[in-house]
Design a protein around this ligand. Sequence first.
Ligand SMILES: [Zn+2]
Length: 265
Amino acid sequence: MHCPQCNKISIKNGRYKDFQKFKCKNCSLQFSERSLSFFHRHRYPEEIIRNSILFCMFVSTRISKFMLQETLQFKPSHVSIYRWTLKFANHLANLKRSRSFSNIWHVDEKFIRVRGSKDDFAYLWVVIDDKNNMITAHVSLKRDINGAVAALTKANKIAEKPPDILISDGLQAYKKACKKVFGRKTKHFQAHFKTVVKMIGNRLYFLSNNRIESLNSKINLWYKRFRGFKRLATANLWCEMWMHFYNLIRPRVIPHKTISIHAII
Ligand SMILES: [Zn+2]
C-alpha cells in the first residue's frame, strides 16, 4: 500500500473493524484501505451508502430511508442520504468518460419549477445526440435566446466539436443561437413528431425530434419527486447529476453499455 501523502511504501498497522490499517514509515501517517476510497470517513457500511444513493435516484430521500429500513434494517437520517447523493453527484461529474458524440444533435426545452423567478417558472434545456447520449442539461429562468445560447455553448464545450445537424422544435431562439454558437457549418432544422426528409450532401436524412420527447417523459418521472427546486444552482446540480446517471448507470430500452454503481464507487 502506498501512502496517500508521500507515496512511499507503508507497513501494516493492525485492523479497525473490517479494514486493514497501514502506517507510513516515512511520514508516520496512519490510514486504512477505506481512506483511499469514496467511503472515507463514513460510519455506515458501503452497501448501505450505495443502496441509498441508488434509491435516491428514483424516489425522495425520505422514501429511500424507509426502503433501507425495510430491506437492510439500517436507519440513516434522510439528511445523510442527501449528503451522500451530493457527494456522489460531484464524484460522477469528475469521472473521466469518453466524449464521443455523434454528429446529429437534438435540443429541447422543458418547463420545471424553480423558486425565485416570476411564478416559479424555469426551463430545463436538454441536448442529446442521436445515439441517446445526453450531452448537457442546463436550467435557465427564461425561455429566450440567452438560455438557448448558454445550453448550446455548454454542449459545444463538453463535446469539443460542433455537430453537423441540429434538430429543434419551433422555438425561434434556436435559429439565432445555433448560428451564434456553432457558426454557419452546422445546419439547423425544425422538426417535431412528424419526420422531415432532407437531402444533405449526397445522403438522405429522416429527421424528427421524437428521441428527445421520449427522454422528456423519463425526466418527468424522475423530476416529479422534487415538486420544484429551491434555487437555480440546486436545479442545475440535480439535473446534471441525473444526466450522468442516465448516461452511465441507468438501464435503457435500447441496449447500451452501462456501468454498475459498484464499479463507480
Ligand atoms: Zn507517508
